[in-house]
Design a protein around this ligand. Sequence first.
Ligand SMILES: [Mg+2]
Length: 396
Amino acid sequence: MKITDLKCAIMGGAPIIRITTDVGIDGYGQAEFYKSYLKPHVLFYRDMIIGLDPTNVEAVMQRIRRMGAFKPWGAAVSAIEVALWDIAGKAAGLPIYKLLGGKVRDKVRTYITTNRYPMPTQTPAEYVENVLKIREWPEQFTIFKQPISFHSPMAITTPNYSYGERRPWGVHSNRGVMTAQGMTHTVACVAAMKEALGDSIGLALDCGPGFMPQDAVRFAQACEPYNLLWLEDMLSGDYTPFVTADQYRDVKNKTSTPLHTGEQMYLRQNFMELIEKRAVDVIGPDPLDVGGIAELKWICEYADMHGIMMAPHGTGNGLIGLAALVQVCATLPDNFIAFEYPKANHPWWYEIIDGLPDQIVKESFVDVWDKPGLGISFRVNAAKKYLEAGDERFFD
Ligand SMILES: [Mg+2]
């Protein structure tokens, strides 16, 4: 089998990737729906993989893996990797999890990131109102991850939150030393949410990046009575093109509240320091940023050998990303907690993708399906109307 083309179309903001072959099997991948600008980056790899056998996934990846980087520049490589596995699975007549060594669970736990309603005042009462609404969702999620502090508008809307100027631009651009008022306000929001939710919901917080290590210690210690699942990205993380393993280890050694990072990181080599120094308690690579699903599995196994847990990122990954997450998470060792649920960014996605259960999440779990490859496909006629000008021949 040979790769005949690598195509990319933007659908609903998401770069959708299609690899075609000379035997008529095709494979799909995608990047986050925030990353429409990646189309030329995807096509950059086209000539490097045409003519190769897509079922030799690793051999194809060796051609392109060197030319990727931390988020967002690992997404195109990662999406191609997923499409290759989709083809390999279809060619073998097996779900991808079988090609990764087989599943160890029949259903996979997923968690929800809970910033789904407007929260203009960022007060404890508003945080409580928000999480209580999510608790009523039919999916009955058992783990919530609430953006807070520098990962939320709180750092801008709360008066005197931190020392230094407010930065209204960019992605998570605020960083600095917190005031006593800022610290007290943040802890009050955590306490209020925990009081409202009790212990029936596991609560994690996406916190930054933006904390100084000294404030991170104080905040993590202040959270100790609340038995949180993890504090994410306090020091570095989302859209940080480096890893601050020593700083994370300093904070970790001073608190019992688990620390989490890694969603922006690319490739197993970049996790070495974090894992080998046991600098955090949980890592959260995204299969669509880290270099793909086989890469994520390798990292998860290495983390397990070092006593580190795994909760993969995925909030913007769309339905193809959901399928990739389900396939790989079915194979992960027992350090796996849950993956971040990718809710589609438009309702029409559920009409143009075939193969997903009618109710995808039941009591916070997704049943692992058994169809070949990713196990999903496009309803092409329905999907065509969402193609942008210039992409009309994407499904041809
Ligand atoms: Mg995050």
